[in-house]
Design a protein around this ligand. Structure first.
Ligand code: CIZ
Length: 318
């Protein structure tokens, strides 16, 4: 179902966005956790890996990244010749704030042989101190790819690192960070959801806590959950343990299936900041330009490029 509002004001905003987009030769990207109307407006929706790949390849001159800061930074790291705009200046990521470059440098000193694997939910400065980045879609693969004789520092999400360690059997040096939205999903909430919707499969994001993940029928990134749901038979139902924004795409792409959010707390306030007006103003005033210092960018790009060889599909919206 399309969630683009049809009141006069919204229609006028959409018309202006369309004109400005052409004028600026812009492409609009929206993360799977953005509000429904922003996802519907975007040229592409996806996870951060898919959107980074689109950002790297697009012929557009301007990229409006409807998401949070680290995502805009990743696009700017990959596409220095383009202007990347983040419509909301304050849209940050609490998880990314758990690690600073200074802290990571100190950790590297303690473990000089270690390979640093950094989740893309991190600042450009932290990426610049990294050997290889990962996303939730490829964390297991990336960890597996590291020489077995080298220790691995995994930054900044403890829960994703714990999950990757469990699946791969590798011992990781874990960072003490988490996504407060996913970490809030409790075993009690999942048990209550199962009771409320018996027969529904529980699908969950690896940013959830280890004890909560134990209760999942399937664990995956947002793109992983989309692919999993698609492969299930018509009539299947799901309890979804990730940010509520994903339910919009899940339901749109699977009208014959039913999706329930696992908890009403699964809302990322940062992801929900973007409005249609912000997108319009962003294109009009060319704000807020995401800038990454060139010496940081070059080193961060090496870590992102190292990840990008582990492919991710690019989904063009119909
Ligand atoms: O990698 C991403 O985009 C995030 C933050 C979650 C996911 O699984 O898509």
């Amino acid at each position: 179902m399309n969630h683009l509002p049809n009141d006069t004001l919204a229609q006028e905003l959409l018309r202006q966005i369309d004109l400005l987009k052409k004028e600026r030769e812009a492409v609009i990207l929206a993360h799977n956790y953005q509000p429904p109307e922003i996802q519907d407006l975007a040229d592409y929706t996806g996870d951060s890996l898919e959107l980074s790949r689109i950002a790297a390849k697009t012929p557009a001159k301007v990229i409006v990244f409807c998401g949070v800061r680290f995502m805009g930074e990743t696009a700017a790291i990959l596409s220095p010749d383009k202007t990347v705009l983040l419509p909301v200046l304050e849209a940050g990521c609490t998880l990314a704030e758990y690690a600073t470059a200074d802290q990571l440098r100190a950790m590297k000193k303690k473990h000089p042989d270690a390979v640093v694997v950094t989740y893309v939910n991190s600042s450009a400065e932290v990426k610049a101190e990294t050997d290889i980045c990962c996303t939730s879609a490829n964390a297991v693969q990336i960890v597996q790819s590291v020489d077995r004789h080298r220790p691995i520092i995994f930054v900044p999400d403890y829960n994703l690192g714990h999950y990757a360690a469990k699946v791969t059997g590798r011992e990781l040096i874990l960072w003490d960070g988490c996504c407060p939205t996913h970490a809030l999903l409790s075993t009690f909430a999942v048990a209550a959801a199962r009771k409320k919707w018996p027969g529904a499969q529980v699908i969950m994001h690896p940013e959830c806590k280890p004890e909560t993940l134990e209760l999942a029928d399937f664990v995956g990134s947002t793109s992983g959950m989309l692919a999993y749901a698609k492969a299930q038979p018509a009539g299947a139902s799901f309890i979804v343990g990730t940010e509520v924004g994903l339910l919009h795409r899940l339901q749109n792409e699977n009208p014959d299936k039913v999706f329930h959010v696992a908890s009403d707390y699964l809302i990322c306030p940062m992801m929900k900041m973007t409005t249609l007006k912000d997108v319009k103003v962003s294109l009009e005033k060319m704000q807020y330009v995401v800038k990454v210092d060139e010496s940081v960018r070059v080193r961060a790009k090496a870590a992102v490029d190292a990840m990008l060889q582990y492919t991710g599909a690019v989904a063009k919206k119909s």
